[in-house]
Design a protein around this ligand. Structure first.
Ligand SMILES: [Zn+2]
Ligand SMILES: [Zn+2]
Length: 263
């Protein structure tokens, strides 16, 4: 089941969020007045074409089975069945299952970068549409009680102007009717940049950084934790641990992309 190109070909809704940065607002306005452009490579679209261009779409590696039944990382061999990967067998995973839409590479990686670091918040609509398809594919209707974004520390939030996971969650909640809570899970201290760190260092780096602010609302719930990228899983695993400790009955994870391991 691949994501149908039609899903990516609707124009992003301009001005959807009240709190966009000036840069994001400008680019949204440009999108409105200019002929449609590919939101990823910014090439002007062919006549009748909207959304990601065919070249960018063709570079996205959508994640399909067989993959790890726990963390969702795709297996290289197509001959195996879905089963837990080695890393999930040897490490405690507090979430029950994590799923992602595509591999974190090529045009998807580029688009996520533009969205997060260049303030192109109009990309949220495209991403939320894909992620909603993922939710419908992997979770039965009625099985999730709450959507919770991986939080950003207030310092980081001030720098970036928005939490990309919260943008996704708001749009996803609107599409699915599943309520979201942005204040239940909070971040106590900013995480040091983790780009070049391995799994063990990342686990240490995130330990103790999250806490649950409202246990009452969490009690007995089935939570879907949402983020943009699953890298080593250290962040979502720590969040899941804290949410279970705060009373959630089950935590699952949905991300736009999953970084593939080089080894
Ligand atoms: Zn393109
Ligand atoms: Zn795994």
């Amino acid at each position: 089941m691949s994501i149908p190109p039609a899903a990516s070909c609707r124009r992003a809704g301009a001005g959807r969020y009240k709190r966009v940065r000036i840069m994001g607002l400008q680019s949204t306005l440009f999108q409105f007045f200019l002929p449609p452009q590919c939101p990823c490579c910014e090439k002007f679209s062919e006549e009748g074409e909207q959304g990601f261009c065919s070249n960018c779409l063709s570079q996205i590696r959508w994640i399909e089975p067989p993959f790890c039944s726990i963390c969702g990382i795709p297996f290289i061999s197509q001959e195996v069945k879905t089963h837990p990967c080695g890393a999930c067998v040897t490490h405690t995973r507090y979430f029950t299952m994590a799923r992602a839409l595509g591999a974190f590479e090529g045009s998807l990686q580029e688009a996520i970068h533009r969205w997060k670091y260049e303030g192109k918040t109009y990309l949220t609509s495209f991403f939320a549409e894909w992620i909603a398809e993922g939710l419908n594919r992997y979770w039965k209707p009625g099985s999730l009680d709450l959507l919770i974004p991986v939080p950003l520390h207030p310092l980081r939030l001030r720098e970036r102007g928005f939490n990309q996971a919260l943008l996704l969650v708001k749009d996803l909640s609107h599409r699915t009717g599943i309520p979201y809570r942005k204040k239940i899970l909070q971040k106590r201290k900013p995480t040091i940049p983790q780009v070049n760190l391995g799994g063990v260092e990342r686990e240490k780096g995130v330990r103790g950084t999250f806490y649950v602010a409202d246990k009452e609302e969490l009690r007995g719930t089935s939570v879907l934790l949402v983020d943009d990228v699953y890298t080593t899983g250290a962040t979502v695993n720590e969040c899941s641990k804290v949410l279970l400790g705060g009373g959630a009955e089950r935590v699952d994870v949905l991300t736009l992309a999953h970084a593939l391991r080089s080894s």
